[in-house]
Ligand binder design. Structure first.
Ligand SMILES: O=C(O)[C@H](O)CO
Length: 372
């Protein structure tokens, strides 16, 4: 028998039972669900990562939809439990969904939502921050200062890298990677131009190895799947410049973290900024001891506006499917769902398996007219 899980309930008499496996920022997402007749149950368990058993207990015998988190293992077991409880909708509160077995969801006819379009700039801003912080050794210098070690200016104190005139490489130039490139390159290019200096140029590299060999700062933004697992491994680290900076705000397993620790030890001027880890929430042994690594706890999307937006999009994915709404045709343009002064469109903002499920349903795209 599954153990009970602690929950907070909104609108107890609502017709549709929607579960959120975590409290999420803001209240708009709750209000939108309640206004549309949902009973909302929010899991308030203290433990950070819920197990499959915890989520099965939450789903219970009747559940119309679940909003879940990227830390949860959404595979056959959970989709079958959700389907048995009558549920047809699940949304990750994240743009990435490598924690979700979409084939299993398809098997049970469950729609899988994600939250693109609201975290692009926020994530790119963190990647840019890590790039600059790594280049100028900000975290090391901060620790030094707080440790009471500063006893006067010195010519060699925390000498780092000047980024002016250097090459920025982006691996995975999708939404977030392109925003990072714009932040690192375009704005600075305008500044240089205004000063009568040589503007920044850019090119599409012919291979990933070319980026690794030529760039001084490299930011990783691919999705995680079997083609990108350990994309940056021992051999590829060895191709990079000895003083290069590597930033990862995508998914931890894209980098072979054991090889990275060895590389950091052998190359003290090589620096990394990591938001994600191979065995998240853990770091591989030795990583925390490396002064040339900046590590932050998967906070790239953590701005108030973005996290509230992610909660809203995830809730509207689930609500839309419950209500039988069509799928929004352009998941990159989700502003209408985020406007607090107007009701959201009657649509699911982003359903990743919409095409497969539409073979069984008659959903039609709205807004831009094409099918998604
Ligand atoms: O995939 C995502 O949405 C991010 O990793 C969350 O920050």
């Amino acid at each position: 028998m599954a153990k009970p899980v602690s929950i907070e309930v909104w609108n107890p008499n609502g017709k549709y039972r929607v579960i959120s496996t975590k409290p999420m920022p803001g209240t708009r997402w709750i209000n939108l669900l309640v206004e549309q007749g949902c009973r909302v149950e929010i899991c308030t368990e203290k433990k950070t990562i819920l197990s499959v058993e915890d989520i099965i207990a939450l789903i219970g015998d009747k559940c119309d939809g679940v909003i879940g988190q990227l830390t949860e293992d959404w595979g056959d077991t959970l989709f079958s439990a959700l389907s048995r409880a009558g549920g047809k909708a699940f949304s990750n509160m994240a743009v990435g969904y490598n924690n979700v077995d979409v084939n299993a969801a398809n098997k049970y006819g469950v729609a899988v939502g994600n939250t693109p379009g609201v975290l692009t700039e926020t994530t790119a801003e963190l990647a840019a921050s890590l790039s600059l912080a790594a280049a100028r050794r900000i975290v090391e210098a901060d620790e030094f200062m707080r440790g009471g070690l500063y006893d006067g200016w010195l010519p060699n104190l925390f000498v780092g890298n000047l980024l002016k005139g250097q090459t920025v490489g982006v691996i995975g130039a999708g939404r977030i990677g392109s925003a990072y490139a714009r932040m690192m390159v375009e704005a600075y290019g305008e500044f240089l131009k205004a000063n009568g200096e040589k503007p920044v140029t850019w090119k599409r590299a012919s291979s990933m190895d070319e980026v690794l060999r030529e760039a001084d700062v490299i930011s990783l933004h691919p999705i995680l799947d079997k083609t990108t697992y350990h994309l940056v491994n021992k051999e590829r680290l060895a191709m990079m410049k000895k003083e290069a900076i590597l930033v990862n705000c995508s998914r931890g397993p894209v980098v072979d973290e054991v090889a990275l620790v060895e590389h950091l030890k052998a190359n003290p001027m090589f620096r990394v900024g990591l938001d994600v880890f191979e065995d998240e929430p853990y770091m591989k042994p030795g990583l925390a001891d490396q002064k040339n690594a900046i590590v932050v706890p998967h906070i790239a999307s953590a701005s108030k506006w973005t996290r509230e937006g992610m909660a809203t999009l995830a809730a509207l994915n689930v609500l839309g499917k419950i209500k039988g709404y069509p799928v929004w045709s352009n998941p990159n343009q989700v502003e209408p769902f985020l406007n607090e002064n107007a009701p959201p469109p009657a649509a699911c903002p982003s359903i990743v398996n919409a095409k497969v499920l539409s073979r069984f349903t008659s959903l039609k795209a709205v807004s831009m007219g094409s099918e998604y």
